[in-house]
Design a protein around this ligand. Sequence first.
Ligand SMILES: *Cc1c(COP(=O)(O)O)cnc(C)c1O
Length: 236
Amino acid sequence: MGLAYQNTVENIEKNIKNIWQQIYAAEQKYGRKRGSVRLLAVSKTKGVEDIEKAISAGLSDFGENYVQEALPKMGSLRPFNLTWYFIGPLQSNKTRQVTENFDWVLSVDREKVAKRLGDARPQTLGPLNVCLQVNISGEDSKSGVSIPEVMPLASRILDHPRLRLRGIMGIPAATNVIADQRLAFRQLKDVFDSMNDRGFNLDTLSMGMSGDLESAIAEGSTMVRIGSAIFGQRKK
Ligand SMILES: *Cc1c(COP(=O)(O)O)cnc(C)c1O
C-alpha cells in the first residue's frame, strides 16, 4: 500500500507503539471513545520469536489463518495465556482442531461450519466466540456470507448453546482510495447496527487492516486486525 513497513524483529515494539498512536488519533478525530478499538495482531507466517516481541509490547490477542501453522506456535506460547482468533477460511474437516484450540472464530460464513464448531466445542471451555464474516459487495475473495443471508445464519448461531455470537467481520477489496474504503466499511457498520436493532446484542465489529485502519475506525470498527504494519511484510 505504498508504505515500507519496518520488518526486523527489533522494530516490532516500535511498530506496535505506532499503531496504538494511529488508533488513538483516529478515535479522537472521529469522536470515538478512547479505548473503544481493540488491536488484534495477525501473526500468520510469523514465528514464535516475533510473537514474543509483540507480547512484551503488551499484546495478548493474536489472529492466525492456517490451523496447521498455528497449533505448534500456540503450543509453545501456552504459558503466556494468550487469546487466539481464527481468521482464515474454514474447511469442515478443520473445525474440530479450531474449536478445541481457539477462543474466537471471526470467519464463520455457513451453517454447517458453525454447527460443527459448536458441536465439537469441549465442555471444559466456555462457548466459542463467533463473528460472521460478511461479504460486502466488492470483496475480492469468495469467503463471507452475503448481506441477505446474515440474519438467518446469525439466528442459527444464537440457537447453539456452545456458540456465542459476538459480531461480524469484513474484508473489503484493498484500495488506497479513502472514500471507497469508507463506503465499504459503512456498509458493514449498517449491517452491524441493523442486527443490534433486531436485538442481536453484538459488541464486535471487526474491520480494518494495516492499509485502512483509519477509515475503519472512522466508520465504527471495534477491532482492527493488523499484520504487516506490526510484523513486517509477509513473504509471498
Ligand atoms: C492477513 C490478514 C489480516 C492482516 O492483514 P495486514 O494487511 O497484513 O494487516 C487481517 N485480517 C485477515 C482476515 C487476514 O487474513
